[in-house]
Design a protein around this ligand. Sequence first.
Ligand code: HEM
Length: 127
Amino acid sequence: MDYLAVKHAHVGFVYVSITLFTLRGLMQLAGIDWRRWRVLKILPHVNDTLLLTAAIWLAVTSHQYPFVAGWLTAKVFGLSAYIGFGMVALRRDAPLRVRLPAFIAALASVGYVVGVALTRSPTWGLI
Ligand code: HEM
């Protein structure tokens, strides 16, 4: 498989992931039950699985591994924070004072990961 094509696919899945998460988060904050749309229930799981599959393929193919390359370690931690905060933000039973900060923290986490990816540095090359 072509490395560049998979890298572009990985970035495409990132855009779709952020878009679908933001959409569901905003709908949830507006009190709209996004779970009524099957596509919004299923597509994020399919997309995020493909995102991670492409990520693993890129890491293996380029011989850069988390816990060896600092920037990939930072991406794994950032991704875990995105997933964790994202799950809280989309929880049906959590109060707004929990969901809103979790939503913002999830977007900040994924934004951090994009910065790490673009600079290939856990500190965005600032330190
Ligand atoms: C939410 C999670 C993630 C986001 C937002 C993200 C974002 C990105 C972006 C924007 C690029 C393109 C960088 C460029 O233009 O040079 C990229 C490339 C890449 N990502 Fe991710 N990524 C994520 C998760 C991961 C994970 C978990 C891994 C590894 C296990 C990973 C491994 C890679 C690799 C190896 C490349 C290719 C680097 C290169 O050859 O230029 N990504 N990622």
